[in-house]
Design a protein around this ligand. Sequence first.
Ligand code: AMP
Length: 515
Amino acid sequence: MTRETIPAVGIDLGTTFSAVAKLDERGLPLTLVNAEGDHLTPSVVLFDGDDVIVGKEALKAIAVEAPRVAECSKRDVGHRAFHKTLQGKKYPPEVIEAFILDKLRRDAQLQIGPFSKVVITVPAYFDEVRRKATQDAGYMAGFEVLDIINEPTAAAVAFGFQQGYLNEEGSTSEPQHVLVYDLGGGTFDVTVMEIRGTEFIALATDGDVRLGGYDWDQRLVDIAAESFLRRHKFDPREDPIAAGKLWRECEDAKRTLSVRSKAAVACDHKGCSARIEITRRQFEEATLDLLDRTRFTTAQSLKAAGLDWSDIDRLLLVGGSIRMPMVHAMLRQLSGKEPDASVAADEAVALGASLHAGLILAQRQGNPPTFTIKNVNSHSLGVVGVDPLTGRRRNGTLIPRNTPLPVTAKRTFKTRKENQRSILVEIVEGESPSADDCTRIGKCSVRRLPENMPAQSPVDVLFHYEPNGRLKVRVIVPGADRQIATEIVRENSLAKEHLDGWRKFICGLEPTEYR
Ligand code: AMP
């Protein structure tokens, strides 16, 4: 009997577009088309009464029913609710992402049959809360998320595959340093990688989870809206429908400006209409600060990796927004190198994710890995303490950013009083010494400590980052013979029963074990 092969599927869950890839019978990654016949699915959701519509139709609806459309939900991941109320309801952003994933699954199934195991990509700069939320979205969409992988790493893997590095014969003899500049629709990531044989080692990563093509669109919207305002005394940005339509026009004009020196935007509002011409130069001037932010982060990340431009063998560009000529010009000027856009800008991430899925599935069947990935953490991990002099909440860093993963750090706490049975440790991620300026992961609650311990008894808390940047906590009381119960009580995360409820609602599946 032949064993049924499980498809190796990778999903690039993007801010503006998503893509699905799988490995074919020969192990070659390829992107799948959706039900509309496209390789990219707009990550846009329309709530239309009881119907939830995802993709192209939802994107079109922005121009006519913007208040019912959720776009860029990935930007809000990590927050309790999506910034916009949709049909009177506040949705958690990961639920909106789950609707997108559900559509991707249904469409892919039309071609490859039922499947549930996937790798989903996340920006390298996503913090732990956002990583968990992405896995939760996968669970709610009925997937078993094999792993999450950083987008620039996935792109580097796709690049390595394309170069033949993943075969024993083709693997690089000399270590190669690749800087991945990934400017997508809503996020910016830069990662410096070393490819050593079939090993992909991240040396440093940096980025901005709220910087991407969408911000460039908004600048065009502002230019057009202000021009309209000067002519007609009305501001189209004040009306959601007019603003939605204008945004669609501007996103289109932005693409035109990547290949032509000027583009026109049509704007209708309150019975007035205008055709506004925008030149590439005007666009570039209006967005220089955005580009500069990516320049600064790129330089920082190279420095964090301890390298110079002369050490970089490839400057790999990924993400749809790298098509803007200003990106190439800036990077050329910054690095003195010719940027390499040889991987498919919109598909490389999904392709790399499917290679990673293939690797995990093969390993589960007892096969040796054909390549390995080593990551770093993108944010420092700390615990909150109170400064006895100022009373301020301070962040005590335990694991600095850019530490190779997996990693475990131990912190010993002392009980304050006799027979103390619990300890609460607040965990944050971020670089600021002030705890309130960092991202709150949650509280690690240590319960049922052994009875009758004297005051000042040591309690060791072990903070463990897994290779994919997820955090696990363990507690050891020296001398105690049993495992102490502990869990991270999260603030901006859905409880298991809510995840199960959404899972049932979105894809009709029953709860299953999920941690
Ligand atoms: P991604 O998330 O990597 O698919 O990138 C999507 C972003 O790339 C969106 O903001 C698009 O507007 C942008 N994009 C796609 N094609 C172009 C182009 N030709 N010129 C400028 N931006 C583009």
